[in-house]
Design a protein around this ligand. Sequence first.
Ligand SMILES: [Zn+2]
Ligand SMILES: [Zn+2]
Length: 90
Amino acid sequence: MKYLLKCCSRVIDVDNKPIWCIKCGEHDIEVIEFTEETLLPCPFCGGDAMAQASTWGANPFYWYECEDCGCMTADFSDFYEAKKRWNQRN
Ligand SMILES: [Zn+2]
Ligand SMILES: [Zn+2]
């Protein structure tokens, strides 16, 4: 099972839901299950990602953008590819 620790924006792979963070030593941390659907917070400011869509002629394209600092992924014709790319940046 993968979990996202909100305190450090880390994803860890463990059997049981963690209740504290080894890295920063925080207890009572916010932990969410990390799945294909989960969006990581912004790698720069920790803000929330927003899905964006537009069209180029007849072709739709998608990207993800940070609500707070405005950093964004490249454009992708595939929605899931854009999401994957957002999660892969560090
Ligand atoms: Zn932490
Ligand atoms: Zn940001």
